[in-house]
Design a protein around this ligand. Structure first.
Ligand code: SF4
Length: 417
């Protein structure tokens, strides 16, 4: 949590004095380390969510993903008790001023996570929208960007872990780099924001004084309004239905697949054999690496092999690893309930950074839009997709906004402290 500015000035001065004493530097390092550790593990986000991404954020807080594990669960309704805002959703122009006010009122140090394409760049509303801010970092300094539309809860958790890493390494002096004092100018923006807010409140009281007094004169006999409580209706408890089957086990799936495609490996576990897959846990979803030249044939096999029953495409997306892309596909068996991921590398062309891949939109019709989305945001073209056009952004949008090499200098906002 943020520290009162006066106290933090004292702490800084005391730190400088102790540092000069013999062995003092070790003590200061230890304190900085402890403070950074505590700060990173107790970030309290403000309740701030504006559209679809908010649903994913709520789901991250709920039981299945349980954000509380990282000390981030205490969503605060007041900026005075918060030190982080997750920009979860589209930011429109009307809200921009209020967002900046909220940011200014939060005590420092404070952090911002931009969750989803809208918060990063305006997303699908980048062009020709009179109402949408083209990225939260045009208003407030963003610390972590989480791509996706919307990003899944796992992505938000990853972003939060990245922020923790960042917080642990900041401070007046970075305790991981002994004797390297960060020359960060101290600006007391907390007191400034408090003074501005007090002035605004005073002005509002002045404006309303006459109206309030008139209301009291005219309604001297009115009792104060009191809401009437309504008794809650009672409903019988409905037992949850269990899924009929858990589907084919990871072990069996991998065995069946490797009989046909021996070069297919488990992502992150090269050389693992089907028998060992069970050790990855019952919640683990099989994630397979497929050689790029077999990508299309592999998808065909999964679609047409009746015993696998992988009849639905949940998503097709892309990861930019700088030197190449991963095309990641997630499939589900509606019939039996099991799922799997598979991914293949798409090499980048040296001049443009673009890439190409076979389309699977004729096998899984839902892939058509997902492939267009990957093209729109990453510049990967899918051969034989019948409608390979941008899907969210205009044709003349400069570049591909979710790519690592995408650059828009007008977005960079320096941190104010
Ligand atoms: S990024 Fe996508 S999911 Fe998130 S708010 Fe924007 S449109 Fe909705």
């Amino acid at each position: 949590m943020g520290v009162n500015s006066g106290a933090s000035v004292l702490v800084r001065q005391a730190g400088e004095l102790i540092e000069r004493a013999p062995g003092g530097i070790k003590l200061v390092d230890a304190v900085e380390l402890l403070v950074a550790w505590g700060r990173a593990n107790s970030v309290w986000p403000l309740v701030y969510a504006t559209s679809c991404c908010a649903i994913e954020m709520m789901s991250t807080i709920a039981a299945r993903h349980d954000l509380a594990r990282f000390g981030y669960e205490v969503m605060r309704a007041s900026v005075r008790q918060a030190d982080m805002i997750i920009l979860a959703g589209t930011i429109n122009e009307k809200m921009a001023k209020n967002l900046v006010t909220l940011y200014e009122q939060m005590p420092a140090p404070k952090y911002i996570i931009a969750m989803g394409s809208c918060a990063i760049s305006g997303g699908p509303f980048y062009y020709d929208s009179y109402a949408v801010v083209k990225g939260g970092d045009r208003l407030v300094p963003v610390d972590v960007y989480i791509p996706g539309c919307p990003p899944r809860p796992e992505a938000l958790i990853q972003g939060i872990l990245q922020l923790q890493e960042k917080i642990k390494k900041e401070g007046r002096r970075n305790p991981w780099k002994v004797r390297e004092t960060l020359k960060v100018p101290f600006e007391d923006i907390f007191s400034k924001a408090q003074a501005e807010w007090a002035a605004r409140e005073k002005q509002r009281d002045e404006e309303l004084r006459e109206a309030r007094e008139q209301f009291k004169r005219e309604n001297a006999a009115s009792p104060a309004s009191k809401p009437v409580r309504v008794k809650k209706e009672e409903f019988p408890v409905v037992p949850r239905r269990k899924p009929a089957t858990q589907g084919i086990s990871n072990w069996t799936l991998l065995q069946m697949i490797q009989e046909k495609f021996p070069a297919v490996e488990v992502y992150g576990h090269p050389g693992i054999i089907p028998k060992q897959v069970a050790e990855l846990g019952s919640d683990y979803i099989l994630d397979l690496v497929v050689p790029p030249e077999q990508y299309r044939a592999f998808a065909e096999y999964l679609k047409n092999e009746q015993s696998l029953g992988l009849d639905m495409l949940i998503q097709l997306t892309c990861v930019d690893w700088k030197e190449s892309f991963d095309i990641v596909v997630q499939l589900l068996s509606c019939r039996d309930g099991h799922k799997l991921f598979f991914r293949s590398k798409a090499a980048k062309q040296p001049e443009t950074g673009n890439a190409e891949m076979e389309s699977i939109s004729d096998l899984y019709l839902g892939a058509e839009w997902h492939e267009r989305e990957v093209y729109d945001f990453f510049g990967v073209r899918f051969r034989n997709n019948q409608d390979m056009r941008r899907i969210f952004l205009e044709n003349d949008f400069p570049g591909y906004p979710l790519r690592k090499d995408y650059d828009d200098p007008t977005r960079v906002v320096k941190r104010p402290y």
